[in-house]
Each structure stands twice: as C-alpha cells, then as structure tokens.
Design a protein around this ligand. Structure first.
Ligand code: PRP
Ligand code: URA
Length: 216
C-alpha cells in the first residue's frame, strides 16, 4: 500500500509487505555487506514498480503469431536513472531489472562532515534532458541537502520531470526537498523519526555508502 502523510504532500511511503520485511533486514547491524547490497537492489526494484505506476503510455500495435493486436508502450524517451554517488549506485541494478532499457546518468556529491552541506564533484546525464523522465536514486534522504542539490543540477541542465527514490527518509529531508522543489515527488520505504546531531537518520540504517561498499 502507498500512503502520503498529510503534512508531507510530496511524499509517498511504499508499505508493501515484502519491502517492509527486507527493510528490517537492511536495518539490522549484523547484516553483512553482500546481503545488504542484495537487499538494497531488491527494495529498489520493488519501489520502482510503485514509482513507475503512472508513466504515460501510447498505443502500439503488435503482430502475435496468430493476428494483429493493439497494445501499449511507455511513451517518450527512455527513462533515466541518476544515482547520487556513492550509495545511489546500490539501487541502479534493482531498477534496471524492472526497466532494462533505462539510461543511467551520475551525480557525484558528498556531505561535508562539519557543515553537513553537499559538495559536488561530478555530473553526467544523457542528452535530450528536456524530454526525459528522471529518477534520482539515493537510499538516504537525511538533511535533504544532497537531494536538493542533485535536483537543482538536473534542473539547471534542463530537466523538469524528476522523481526522487530513496529507502529511508527523515522528515527534515522531505521538508527541505519539498521547500526547494515542490514539484518533485519523493518515494520511500520508511519515514523515520529524526536526525541525530551528526545528521544521521534515527533509527535509520547507518552509513549506507559504507555498508554497501564495505568501507568504514
Ligand atoms: C549520504 C547518502 C546521501 C547523503 C544524505 O552520502 O548516500 O547522498 O548522505 O544526506 P543529506 O540528506 O543530509 O544530504 P554521503 O555524503 O555519506 O556520501 P557517500 O555516499 O559518498 O558515502
Ligand atoms: N547518510 C547515510 O548514509 N546515513 C544517514 O543516516 C544519513 C546520511
């Protein structure tokens, strides 16, 4: 089931039982890197099913082995996934399993440890930006600084149809992204309680990049 808290109108929380089961395993501090990576992919795939449910279709005819039939295909240019480096990379394969023809851009950002503000270091997306639907991917929406900066970069490049897919969101991050970009819908698997003094989500799942790539 998909729900939207009244006070956070840009947010959809996907409460599918399989996602919630996998999310609990993901939060577990004893989950090893290999399983953590697999779970992030699986959750991303299930969330992409929800986040693509209203993509526009166009009519398309097809010849079956027996006769012609009318059908549909997703309209427009190929969907474009834009992971925020590093942790967003963990979601790409999962979404690609569902949308194998999607294009993939990259945005490099990291949070400054002291200010918690994003520092950008890389930006590359496919051409025809104005005509594409973009899904920005990052497992964590904490202060919202990285998400807002990534969306601003995409808009500066000409994008207007942008959605943000994360796994765990903090209320602070959802509000900051909505204030900067009220047109961007956010899909998450959980809306957690709050941020701690270091900008980590509580209860959260720790440092997603470190847990995905085995760094610490
Ligand atoms: C993490 C996470 C987000 C960001 C969220 O990345 O993957 O990009 O923090 O925090 P925010 O909402 O407060 O901006 P991090 O900066 O740790 O970089 P990394 O993925 O390279 O480890
Ligand atoms: N980034 C993470 O990886 N985890 C958090 O809890 C906050 C930001």
């Amino acid at each position: 089931m998909d729900t939207t808290p009244a006070e956070l109108p840009t947010l959809s929380i996907t409460r599918h039982p399989l996602i919630q089961h996998k999310l609990t395993l993901l939060r577990d501090r004893t989950t090893p890197t290999k399983i953590f990576k697999e779970l992030v992919e699986e959750i991303a795939m299930l969330m992409a099913y929800e986040a693509t449910s209203d993509l526009p279709l166009e009519r398309a005819n097809v010849d079956t082995p027996l006769e012609s039939a009318s059908g549909h295909r997703v309209a427009g240019k190929k969907l474009t996934l834009v992971p925020i480096l590093r942790a967003g990379l963990g979601m790409v394969e999962g979404v690609l399993r569902l949308v194998p023809s999607a294009r993939v851009g990259h945005i490099g950002l990291y949070r400054d440890h002291d200010t918690l503000e994003p520092v950008d270091y890389y930006f590359k997306v496919p051409g025809d930006v104005e005509e594409r639907h973009f899904f920005v991917l990052d497992p964590m929406l904490a202060t919202g600084g990285s998400a807002a900066a990534a969306v601003s970069s995409l808009k500066r490049a000409g994008a207007s149809r942008i959605r943000f897919l994360c796994i765990v969101a903090a209320p602070e991050g959802v509000r900051r992204l909505a204030a900067a970009h009220p047109d961007v819908r956010v899909f998450c698997a959980a809306l957690d309680r709050e941020l701690n003094a270091h900008g980590y989500i509580l209860p959260g799942l720790g440092d997603a990049g470190d847990r995905l790539f085995g760094t610490r």
